[in-house]
Design a binder for this molecule. Structure first.
Ligand SMILES: *[C@@H]1O[C@H](CO)[C@@H](O)[C@H](O)[C@H]1NC(C)=O
Ligand SMILES: *[C@@H]1O[C@H](CO)[C@@H](O)[C@H](O)[C@H]1NC(C)=O
Ligand SMILES: *[C@@H]1O[C@H](CO)[C@@H](O)[C@H](O)[C@H]1NC(C)=O
Ligand SMILES: *[C@@H]1O[C@H](CO)[C@@H](O)[C@H](O)[C@H]1NC(C)=O
Length: 288
């Protein structure tokens, strides 16, 4: 018992404090989308203009159930798989404390907060349109998530990361009308690329990995029946092929110029020119 008290005292001493004061913002667990550390302690304080209250949307939430806990204003505690949880906090300031115990770590969370004028009801502003996502990782959701998506919509999402990367995509919440409200995923920049799968219903689809730096998702709903839809996390990583010096087919040696390491770039260019294959469509292949 003494040990537990001492440990939690130590944890409080080195807690990290993060302050948020924009009208809207995103809270990430430490290392997100990588796993948070054991024995962690982070305090998030959100302060929005007076006359508004705070709405929280859990776009992704996965922690060790009962042990790695997010405490909201000393009262509500959240742990486990809670993607899609949403709540109103009737105050213009709130403190959230995330503590993890000494064993087992998970991905943690990405929580969005919004300011809502006192006396009005939170309305999601998640419009359905073609959206380009080009950060190294992000969350993609159906419109209004975790509230029901509209009937009769069609949305497209293009994920395009830097040229040396591939994309891993996993749904973290999934609930659509089976057979009628469908997410289609293509391994490329548009619907001409190879189809990876059509997904609908209540079962979580398997994780997906792209073969290039683009991934294209379409979501369409029919005229009746709507559910909470989906939330999906994509991350990206440097392609092993690229590391080995095999340039993706869509790249010319010049387009590789965006790479930061100039020495590697010069070396790649030189090798590519030496070994350039005959024929316009052929990609330069470099052996080490
Ligand atoms: C939460 O707990 C802290 C420390 O125990 C205390 O200072 C603070 O006033 C509490 N907040 C609320 C809303 O109870
Ligand atoms: C969802 O379906 C219900 C019942 O069919 C309908 O009244 C409602 O407008 C739909 N919601 C949206 C966001 O389209
Ligand atoms: C469904 O959406 C299409 C395209 O926006 C529109 O033309 C059509 O009228 C809509 N149908 C219904 C029944 O709302
Ligand atoms: C689809 O993407 C490919 C690769 O970027 C491009 O060459 C092609 O023109 C695109 N097709 C359409 C219909 O936009």
């Amino acid at each position: 018992m003494k040990l537990v008290i001492l440990l939690s005292f130590l944890a409080l001493c080195r807690a990290q404090h993060l302050n948020f004061d924009g009208a809207t913002g995103k809270l990430y667990s430490p290392n997100y989308p990588g796993n948070y550390d054991n024995n962690g302690d982070v305090v998030y304080t959100i302060t929005i203009p007076v006359g508004n209250y705070i709405h929280l949307t859990f776009l992704d939430f996965l922690t060790e159930d009962s042990y790695d806990v997010l405490t909201i204003e000393n009262s509500t505690t959240v742990s486990g798989d809670k993607t899609g949880f949403a709540l109103d906090i009737q105050a213009s300031q709130v403190t959230l404390v995330f503590t993890s115990d000494l064993t087992n770590t998970f991905r943690g969370f990405l929580i969005r907060y919004d300011s809502v004028p006192v006396g009005s009801v939170y309305m999601p502003t998640n419009l359905c349109s073609s959206i380009l996502h080009n950060s190294e990782f992000d969350i993609i959701t159906s419109p209004n998530f975790p509230y029901n998506y509209p009937d009769n919509i069609s949305c497209a999402f293009l994920i395009k990361v830097s040229a040396d990367r591939l994309i891993s995509f996993q749904f973290v919440a999934f609930n659509t009308e089976d057979g009628y409200d469908v997410v289609s995923v293509y391994d490329g920049a548009n619907t001409s690329a190879p189809l990876i799968g059509h997904y609908s219903g209540k079962n979580m689809p398997a994780p997906i990995t792209s073969t290039s730096n683009t991934l294209y998702l379409c979501f369409s709903s029919d005229l009746v029946t709507n559910f909470s839809g989906f939330s999906g996390l994509y991350t990206s990583f440097v392609s092993n092929n690229f590391k080995r010096g095999v340039l993706p087919q869509s790249l010319t040696t010049d387009s590789v110029a965006i790479r930061r390491d100039k020495n590697i770039l010069d070396w790649l260019k030189k090798k590519a020119e030496e070994k350039k294959l005959i024929g316009a469509a052929a990609a330069p292949v470099i052996s080490i």
